[in-house]
Design a protein around this ligand. Structure first.
Ligand code: NAD
Ligand code: SER
Length: 320
């Protein structure tokens, strides 16, 4: 992994992954691309090469690959679960149409491809606690449908054409550098901003809704480690379950009160996102990833909370 092209680079994951890759490989080695121009001050634009690129347009992708000559694509462009339920056709076109274009470019150019899957690749018939590595996958959201189909498409391109495809089923990701893109787990980021700004938060999921979560540093490290792992050891190469901890809104509110004693939470449940969350795992089993390349998260719910609050709270002014 020496020269990289990242799609969807201005999003929640891309904003941090691009910076880490540039630290590791040098700024010029990492071409960040996104459908939208993120602004001149945005770190993925300001810190190295950037190009606007619609991943559903194969010709644009081909031109970017010819210009940059990457050996690896981190394909992050997608529409997330709540956005996908508002416009299922658009989610289908971007998530599967875009992936197909990326895989075709990778086949032609012999590029490795990282594609995130998600806990959304499971559905209401899946065992929820724990959710095994190999199990029933009948998701009921369009986002989930595109994630399962994406896993299978990546498997197909590996077996049929020898493309070095790899992927992880990410849980909900928590970070402070960029806002989340419109998913069912966004509450776990919004709650920190609201706690710091107002001391209170109205959550769109119910108090006891438990989902897998992870701090972004661990997610970025997992993606980079997977792309450096010995390919022959990757039996589930496009769909490793990974997790760090499980959160409910009520439980995270309790952890926040250890730092902000007056913090309060109430609930205004959004039936669409609640139904999606109720169809997802409560706890996934990531032992296959631990065995395959030694995956292990570093952040717990408490150390993630301390890190988020440290980043978001205004610095204390001790005067002159
Ligand atoms: P995000 O919504 O924050 O970012 C996605 C980016 O893709 C956006 O900047 C958007 O402008 C861009 N994009 C949309 N359509 C595009 C197109 N046609 N061409 C090029 N770019 C386009 O999403 P994210 O959270 O960074 O997620 C990245 C990937 O990780 C997605 O595949 C997502 O499903 C997956 N994932 C994310 C999470 C999470 O909690 N953030 C969890 C599991 C999986
Ligand atoms: N965080 C993502 C979402 O909620 C999960 O893939 O859509």
């Amino acid at each position: 992994m020496k020269r990289i092209l990242v799609t969807g680079a201005a999003g929640q994951i891309g904003t941090e992954l691009v910076l880490r890759l540039r630290e590791e490989l040098g700024a010029e080695a990492v071409l960040a691309t996104d459908l939208r121009f993120p602004g001149e001050d945005h770190p993925v634009f300001a810190g190295g090469p950037f190009r606007t690129l619609d991943c559903t347009r194969g010709e644009e992708l081909g031109l970017a690959v010819t210009a940059h000559r990457p050996d690896t694509v981190f394909h992050l462009a997608a529409l997330l679960s709540a956005v996908g339920e508002r416009d299922p056709l658009a989610a289908y076109r971007v998530n599967l149409g875009g992936l197909m274009e990326v895989l075709e470019v990778a086949r032609a150019g012999k590029l490795a491809v990282f594609t995130p899957s998600s806990i959304a690749a499971f559905g209401p018939d899946t065992p929820r606690d724990p959710t095994p590595q190999d199990t029933i996958q009948r998701p009921t959201s369009m986002y989930g449908v595109t994630k399962v189909a994406g896993e299978l498409l990546c498997d197909y391109y590996h077996h049929r054409f020898g493309v070095d495809t790899r992927g992880l089923r990410f849980p909900g990701l928590i970070s402070h550098s960029a806002p989340p893109g419109g998913g069912t787990t966004d509450w776990a980021v919004e709650i920190f901003h609201a706690a710091v700004a107002e001391g209170r938060y109205t959550c769109f999921l119910g108090a006891d809704t438990q989902l897998d979560m992870m701090y972004m540093d661990d997610a970025v490290r997992a993606a980079m480690e997977l792309m450096e792992a010995d390919g022959s050891a990757l039996r589930h190469r496009n769909a490793y379950n990974i997790t760090a901890f499980q959160l409910t809104p009520g439980g995270l509110a309790g952890i926040l009160r250890e730092h902000i004693p007056d913090f309060s939470i109430d609930y205004d449940v959004d039936p669409v996102r609640q139904a999606i969350a109720d169809s997802w795992p409560r706890r996934i089993d990531d032992s296959a990833a631990r065995e395959a390349w030694g995956w292990s998260p570093r952040f717990t719910a408490r150390s993630m909370t301390e890190t988020m609050l440290h980043a978001l709270r205004p610095p204390v002014n001790h005067g002159p």
